[in-house]
Design a protein around this ligand. Structure first.
Ligand code: DMJ
Length: 394
């Protein structure tokens, strides 16, 4: 299968196309995938392709502030923000660093790393943070955060936090500003966003909007227990591991408390006990499941670092439910519209590429006891589950 795919990459993967692509999605999926495949196979074809797409994405950084635009035309070499704004998403501009830094290391051309390091340095100095928590938008003209006052670990901010830690690990734990920002942010999470639900007293990460706490948690936030565990494994404070243990239980309950045993996209937690109510409430607009990886990803880290079999059992349960409710008899899997209806989960006829790239890969790793099957002291996973080497392995 690899040879077949290699042939396709060699003969048909051409980036000289007059097409707009999203900088972040293309970096984490295409550039990250090619760099990772280069490392795992040693085949220079993949590095050549990585260089090609890397160069084609660079025009995104030509902005007044050097905070990149969200969209690039990879054939024409032009870039622009979304039609309705000159803002970029904070998670997007701060979650392309692992890939571009690695591309510089491999090619010896420092322009890639320079562009993405500048973004991190700039964000490090910005005001508008709340105890290390960042807003969701940043303006490509002024370089300032916009839409101030809303803080989440979910959509539009999530992987900012993940990449602070992972860049620090990738670079051999020397870049202190990254670690400082990460540690401060986790303190910010504890201070502003952590609450416990009723009746099970599950620890969850909510959101803050202009001083008001909301008990809303995106499934996307479930990357956090894995990231916290990875930090603890790399010598950060043991209470990050305690928090990881509490949060992964919550993420598991976001599956277990639902009729199909599959998590919706967003849940709201009950802060007060009510007869007949579980911890997790689901709004009609949020009851879809896109086959997302975050919980399974965190289960993998938790199992690697603790050896506690319950994490494998929870992952197995989730896999059974994916098989039961999302598997398509003629091949593949599909997103569903309604996790609350086991007799008709409403298949969408759409399988996101992160299901293969991340969800199934993390399942595969979770069910293995071989710590050298991607050793976490030698590799760091990018946010699309593509392993990249740690520059100075432990
Ligand atoms: C993936 O593209 C990445 O994991 C990203 O960080 C978040 N969204 C999807 C998976 O849910």
């Amino acid at each position: 299968e690899f040879e077949e795919a290699r042939k396709w990459v060699a003969n048909h993967l051409v980036f000289d196309k007059n097409v707009d692509v999203n900088l972040f999605e293309s970096t984490i999926r295409i550039l990250g995938g090619l760099l990772s495949t280069y490392h795992l196979s040693g085949d220079s074809l993949f590095l050549e392709k990585a260089k090609d797409i890397g160069n084609r994405l660079m025009p995104a950084f030509k902005t007044p502030s050097k905070i990149p635009y969200s969209d690039v035309n990879i054939g024409r070499g032009t870039a622009h923000p979304p039609r309705w704004t000159s803002d970029s998403t904070v998670a997007e501009v701060t979650s392309i660093q692992l890939e571009f830094r690695e591309l510089s290391r491999l090619t010896g051309d420092e322009k890639f790393q320079k562009a993405v390091d500048e973004v991190m340095k700039h964000v490090h100095t910005l005001s508008g943070k709340n105890d290390g928590l960042v807003p969701m938008f940043i303006n490509t003209n002024s370089g300032q955060f916009t839409h101030l006052g809303v803080y989440t670990l979910g959509a539009r901010a999530d992987s900012y936090y993940e990449y602070l830690l992972k860049q620090w690990i990738q670079g051999g734990k020397k870049e202190n500003e990254l670690l400082e920002d990460y540690m401060r942010a986790i303190e910010g999470v504890k201070k502003h966003l952590l609450q416990r639900s009723q009746p099970k007293k599950l620890t969850f990460v909510g959101e803050l909007a202009h001083g008001h706490f909301s008990a809303k948690m995106d499934h996307l936030v479930c990357f956090l227990p894995g990231t916290l565990a990875l930090g603890a494994h790399n010598g950060l404070t043991a209470d990050h591991m305690k928090l990881a243990e509490a949060l992964i239980e919550t993420c598991y309950q976001m599956y277990a408390q639902v009729e199909t045993g599959l998590s919706p996209e967003i849940v709201h937690f009950n802060l007060h006990a009510q007869k007949g109510h579980k911890d997790v409430e689901i709004k009609p607009a949020d009851r879809h499941n896109l086959l997302r990886p975050e919980t399974v990803e965190s289960l993998f880290y938790m199992y690697r670092f603790t050896g506690d079999k319950k994490y494998q059992d929870w992952g197995w349960e989730i896999l059974q439910n994916f098989n039961k409710y999302t598997r398509v008899p003629t091949g593949g899997y599909t997103s569903i519209n309604n996790v609350q209806n086991p007799s008709n989960p409403e298949p969408r006829d759409k399988m996101e590429s992160f299901f293969l790239g991340e969800t199934l890969k993390y399942m595969f790793l979770l069910f293995s006891d071989d710590i050298d099957l991607i050793n976490l002291d030698k590799y760091v996973f990018n946010t699309e589950a593509h392993p990249l080497p740690i520059w100075v392995p432990a």
